[in-house]
Design a binder for this molecule. Structure first.
Ligand SMILES: C[S@@+](CC[C@H](N)C(=O)[O-])C[C@H]1O[C@@H](n2cnc3c(N)ncnc32)[C@H](O)[C@@H]1O
Length: 210
């Protein structure tokens, strides 16, 4: 039987809005910490890196990246005005210094010149991309040659259990994500897995831009 709250939650996860969206973004910062930490680890940041995050949500990973003290620039794009407003408040001092840049944009049209970043990360956003191959081509375009893309995502098994797939989520197997990166021209593709404290399995697939 259709569950109206599950449908509402699935929609909010893909596009947080209103008071519920603001609350959800705080919850995501806590609940998604483990997968975001694995993505950060997998990036292996270097001093002077130019980093882009797609779909930064409540800003947990941006904060963790900034806290490393490594990047020269951390940029973020979000399609949710609510998430952007919260991040603009949270990172107001770094925004005024120019070490963080945030914009309201969709992953399918990244507002950057080509070869602008050498690290690109995105966590729990893949399920909402209507044309993932197009987004991956955009990632390839804005990365320098040798730049790294890291994608964090929950297991298909978990997402199917949550029945989110019935409400617009597209869940992927690791082999499917790796194949999509390969088609987009990424090389040195590898995947790590992790588990949250709630025993939820997640993956982190990375590739190098050509
Ligand atoms: C489930 S939340 C995850 C947020 C955060 N990355 C995390 O791991 O907690 C997904 C976020 O990605 C954003 N998003 C989804 N599809 C997007 C797209 N095509 N372009 C930009 N942002 C997108 C949503 O607005 C939402 O804030």
């Amino acid at each position: 039987m259709a569950n109206p709250f599950r449908a509402f939650l699935a929609h909010q996860l893909g596009f947080p809005s209103g008071w519920f969206g603001r609350l959800l973004l705080r919850v995501l910062n806590r609940n998604n910490a483990a997968i975001n930490d694995l993505v950060l680890q997998s990036m292996q940041l270097q001093t002077g890196d130019r980093v882009l995050e797609i779909g930064f949500g409540g800003g947990y990973l941006i904060q963790r990246i900034v806290d490393t003290g490594m990047p020269a620039l951390v940029a973020g794009v979000e399609r949710s005005p609510e998430a952007l407003a919260i991040a603009r408040q949270r990172f107001r001092s770094q925004l005024s210094q120019g070490s963080i840049e945030l914009s309201l944009s969709d992953a399918k049209a990244l507002p950057f010149a080509e070869k602008n970043f050498n690290q690109l990360c995105t966590v729990n956003t893949l399920y909402f991309w209507s044309d993932p191959q197009h987004v991956l081509a955009e990632c390839q375009r804005v990365l320098v040659s040798g730049g790294k893309l890291v994608i964090g995502y929950s297991s298909k098994e978990f997402l199917d259990q949550q029945k989110f797939s019935q409400h617009g989520f597209v869940a992927y197997e690791v082999t499917e994500v790796e194949a999509m990166l390969k088609i987009a021209g990424f090389i040195e593709i590898e995947t790590f897995s992790g588990r949250s404290s709630r025993h939820q399995t997640f993956f982190c697939t990375s590739g190098t831009a050509h």
